[in-house]
Design a binder for this molecule. Structure first.
Ligand SMILES: [Zn+2]
Length: 106
């Protein structure tokens, strides 16, 4: 009994570690892509690191908090029927109106 529980817990722990390893790899890949884009923008637009950091800080402050995160916006209402829109839906569930979303909305 104890062994089967122990084995189950061990499997869960291994699964969590595998998921964590995958997420860490994804973060590393995104950081590498970000670094490449940073260098292209810096060199292509003749910008300084300080100017790029200023832009990051400006985006960070859009929600009023300099916390390294862009806060989720409150749920908006449909421009056609004024009912609440669901996140990640490209249309209004009530009237079918198309919803224009920001490319970086999450
Ligand atoms: Zn609507």
């Amino acid at each position: 009994m104890f062994n089967s529980l122990n084995t189950g817990a061990g499997q869960i722990a291994r699964s969590a570690k595998a998921e964590n390893d995958i997420q860490q790899q994804e973060i590393e890949r995104l950081l590498m892509i970000t670094e490449a884009l940073w260098e292209f923008i810096k060199e292509g637009m003749n910008l300084t690191d300080e100017q790029l950091m200023d832009k990051i800080n400006e985006i960070d402050l859009r929600d009023g908090d300099q916390d390294g995160k862009v806060a989720k916006k409150p749920i908006e209402n449909c421009t056609q029927c004024d009912r609440p829109l669901l996140r990640n839906k490209p249309f209004c569930l009530y009237c079918g109106a198309t919803v224009d979303r920001s490319a970086f909305e999450r």
